[in-house]
Design a protein around this ligand. Structure first.
Ligand code: SAM
Length: 279
């Protein structure tokens, strides 16, 4: 069965049969190349004890690859009724024990209640809600690092670059700080826009985020967010200036008052966060 993952109908046939023309407002760019979907699934390693939560299965390309890779269970959350009907009709009968589909908005889900541990999120994310979803998951990790074993996520390359960015680069910002404070971030590989139907405007990148057993440095979520937002909200200004409104002076955290946000490490931001929290 070269190039095949399962005995199911090709995805193009599924799309035609169930009328799944992509809808822009749902961020639908479908990945139909089974070699690519299985490559993404394989980056997550052994899933035999894991419940995978997939946001936005669409016609089911990545979903099938995750199931074929041997995930213990896959719970998919989708808000497009056409896709839910299609998956219920063709995928549920093929994997009656492993596959479950939830009709809902991923932004409204309680991800901890959805699946038992060990749980992992895997998704070709709808680009219009990718960042708020990631922030929501990181917030859970800040409370409980064991809540997820990891995340295998596809983002627009520009967003992936921001997640993985190092200090003193243009892409370094709030998303880099919050992600790297709580997780090890590994960009896996890029996927050319031509691999998608329809092709998006820019390249995509698969990223693995693995929660650290404990954050890189102690701080509260709210204080980290507040200082990162204030500092990068005025990224060209010196910290003395950009943090003034918060009533803190970077010197009191042992940092240069004249430094700019992008020169600070994640640990430096944690120092500012602790200063803000009065600790
Ligand atoms: N996983 C499929 C693939 O790789 O071909 C589809 C990926 S497509 C980029 C994003 C999917 O997320 C679509 O199926 C879309 O309907 C779904 N989606 C968009 N917004 C959503 C939301 N708020 N909650 C759940 N699913 C959503």
């Amino acid at each position: 069965m070269a190039g095949e993952l399962d005995d199911l109908a090709p995805l193009r046939d599924i799309i035609a049969e169930y009328g799944l023309a992509a809808k822009k407002q749902l961020g639908q760019n479908f990945l139909l190349d089974l070699n690519l979907t299985s490559r993404i699934a394989r980056t997550a390693g052994d899933l035999s004890d894991t419940t995978v939560i997939e946001v936005g299965p669409g016609p089911g390309g990545l979903t099938r690859a995750i199931l074929a890779a041997g995930a213990k269970k896959l719970i998919a959350v989708e808000r497009d009724a056409r896709c839910i009907d299609a998956l219920s009709a063709y995928l549920t009968p093929a994997y009656p024990e492993q596959f479950e589909i939830i009709d809902g908005d991923a932004l409204d889900q309680d991800f901890e209640a959805l699946a038992p541990q060990p749980r992992r999120v895997m998704s070709n994310l709808p680009y219009n809600i990718a960042t708020p979803l990631l922030i929501g998951w990181l917030k859970i990790v800040a409370k409980d690092p064991a809540a997820f074993t990891g995340f295998t996520l596809m983002f627009q390359k520009e967003v992936a670059d921001r997640i993985a960015a190092k200090p003193r680069t243009k892409a370094y910002g709030r998303l880099s700080i919050m992600s790297q404070w709580l997780c090890e971030v590994r960009p896996e590989f890029n996927i050319d826009k031509r691999a998608f139907t329809p092709p998006p405007k820019i390249m995509s990148t698969v990223v693995t985020l693995t929660p650290r057993p404990q954050p890189l440095a102690p701080a509260t979520w709210d204080a980290m967010e507040t200082v990162a937002q204030a500092a990068f909200g005025q990224r060209r200004k010196m910290l003395r200036q950009s943090l003034k409104a918060l009533g803190i002076n970077p010197a009191d955290a042992g940092l240069q008052e004249t430094a700019r946000a992008e020169e600070l490490s994640v640990e430096d931001f944690a120092k500012l966060a602790r200063l803000l929290d009065g600790r």
